[in-house]
Write a protein that binds this ligand. Structure first.
Ligand code: MSP
Length: 525
């Protein structure tokens, strides 16, 4: 079943020279949860992630390690970046590397196309460059160095000295796109989300845009400028194009028409590249601009943006080894309003794991399955005439499913989880109020007991479906224990937008055993 609606979503492509930390993992699981939701809702979904392998940063790191840049990136990608996707249980459809021929050839084609259309010219350039950012820095991000960097200009983001570069460069006429970009932001308010991101970009563009240097000649680790092989294409131009080359730009028009345009989810640090340069490049080539760009906030550790260069980096496996991949996904996606910064702490993670996953959702699942086992020999009982409390659960489920889907449309995964969690809370309250263990003692209440446990089991059916994009592993275990696979088919093929319709789990379904979904963990030291 497909809705026919195309949903193409991307993560940024990561610099493989850093080992993955929980900030990279955050973007990746957010995009994966959105993609899984749409896929399961029947949309024609495609999720892309990958690595950004050219540029001076990579060249220097390879030299420092005594290997060629290609050897260096091959090693990092296979040892660190592919495994990240497994660690976090990510179901991406493709992984692009900017050193692949499928990308390099099409980048040249694209750059040639905008050159032929008159948007590129040659000029002299002298400016301060940050290798960490791979960017010539604007005035506002240049600071006077202190301590060991006294007397030097440093990057506001990396706190490292900037390098003065003087070169002949090719320039892209970015300044010509100011009005068209402002029109785009005005006419399509959802192009940039959240509002804070949109406002920031609008005021930046209103101040005027400078033409962009898009080639470098001082080193050669990059894609050659097609009409001048003494230059390589600026790494950001090369990198942004991954979103188009991966889905057939320049090679497979049918596939490109099917997928493009994309939604891009990025950290706010790289918003301007995606909100200003990228749509202008596409306009210059006569290609549709993206559907939208969503900028999420930073993970803060000890109040600062977490980063490896500042030694606050935490590897995702440090969390998943203790709590599991579902808890990682749930924690970051529920605890931080998507679009805002969020502070990470082990205390907060452990507290939420215990309260929401182990005691909330996990315990609800365990006791429901256990009571069906004990009182009905593991067979889902039938429901008789519903009482008011039962009807209240049904409407909680219907409302939650509707609100969650609406929240996902707005990219607010945290709000979707909040909506879904009303089911967990309502069912736990329902069990406390209805005391199935007391009903079980009175044979005259047998029918009522059946209704109560059917309500719990059917509520769990809805929870498994709605939470599977966020917690694929534990919901699959719950699905198996409910016996739902036999009765209804695979969890991932349950239509998400119909999850709120009551009464899908048939009475008579045989349940199985369920080990605790979120077992007690040894606290990390
Ligand atoms: N290679 C460029 C992106 C090119 S996209 C065409 C790049 N790579 S990166 O490895 O530095 O990764 C940047 C992305 O990682 C950020 O945009 C963000 O999505 C994620 N994060 C890195 N550190 C982060 C935090 N501390 N917090 C949240 N996300 C962070 O830039």
């Amino acid at each position: 079943m497909t809705s026919g609606r195309s949903f193409y979503i991307t993560t940024p492509i990561y610099y493989p020279s850093d080992v993955p930390h929980i900030g990279h993992g955050y973007t990746t699981v957010a995009v994966d949860a959105l993609a899984r939701w749409h896929r399961q809702a029947g949309d024609d979904t495609w999720m892309l992630t990958g690595t950004d392998e050219h540029g001076q940063k990579m060249l220097r790191a390879a030299a420092a390690n005594g290997v060629t840049p290609q050897e260096w990136v091959d090693k990092l990608v296979s040892e660190s970046w592919f495994p990240l996707l497994e660690t976090l249980d990510v179901a991406n459809d493709d992984f692009i590397r900017t050193t692949q021929p499928r990308h390099e050839d099409r980048v040249q084609q694209f750059v040639q196309a905008i050159y032929d259309r008159g948007y590129i010219y040659a000029g002299e350039y002298e400016a301060l460059y940050c290798v960490g950012c791979e960017e010539f820095k604007p005035e506002a991000e240049i600071l006077d160095g202190t301590g060991p960097f006294e007397g030097l200009k440093v990057c506001a983001i990396h706190s490292k000295p900037l390098e003065l570069l003087q070169e002949k460069n090719y320039f892209f006429k970015l300044s010509e796109f100011q009005d068209r970009l402002l029109d785009l932001y005005r006419s399509t308010p959802d192009f940039l989300r959240p509002d804070s991101a949109r406002n920031e970009v609008i005021s930046f563009v209103k101040q005027g845009l400078k033409d962009l240097s898009i080639s470098r000649s001082a080193f050669d680790w990059g894609i050659k400028v097609p009409w001048d092989d003494t230059h390589v294409i600026y790494v950001w131009v090369d990198a942004l194009l991954n979103y188009a080359t991966a889905v057939g730009y320049g090679s497979d028009p049918e596939e490109f028409a099917r997928r493009w345009p994309a939604y891009h989810v990025v950290g706010k640090d790289i918003l301007r590249f995606h909100a200003v340069i990228w749509p202008a490049m596409l306009m210059a080539a006569g290609v549709d601009v993206p559907q939208g760009v969503f900028a999420h906030g930073w993970l803060l550790v000890g109040g600062e943006k977490m980063s490896k260069s500042k030694l606050t980096g935490i590897a995702p496996t440090e969390i998943t080894d203790v709590f599991g991949s579902d808890a990682y996904r749930f924690y970051f996606l529920s605890a931080i309003p998507f679009g805002h910064d969020g502070s990470f702490s082990w205390e907060d993670l452990s507290a939420r794991y215990q309260a929401e996953l182990a005691n909330g959702f996990g315990n609800l699942a365990s006791r429901t399955i256990a009571m069906i086992g004990k009182y009905f020999d593991g067979v889902v009982p039938s429901s008789s005439e519903p009482a008011e409390a039962d009807l209240a659960i049904r409407s909680t489920v219907a409302d939650a499913a509707r609100l969650a889907d609406a929240a996902i449309e707005r990219f607010r995964i945290d709000e979707a989880i909040d909506a879904i969690w009303t089911i967990v809370d309502a069912l736990n309250g329902y069990i406390t109020d209805n005391e199935p263990w007391a009903l079980a003692k009175d044979p005259a209440q047998r029918e009522r007991l059946g209704t109560v446990l059917y309500t719990c089991a059917e509520g769990l059916r809805a929870l498994a479906v709605l939470l599977s994009p966020v917690m694929p592993e534990s919901t699959a275990k719950l699905w198996a224990a409910l016996g739902a696979a036999e009765a209804l088919g695979e969890l991932t093929s349950q239509p998400l937008r119909e999850a709120g319709a009551w009464g899908q789990l048939p009475a008579g379904t045989e349940t199985g055993a369920l080990a605790p979904l979120f077992p007690r963990v040894e606290q990390p030291a």
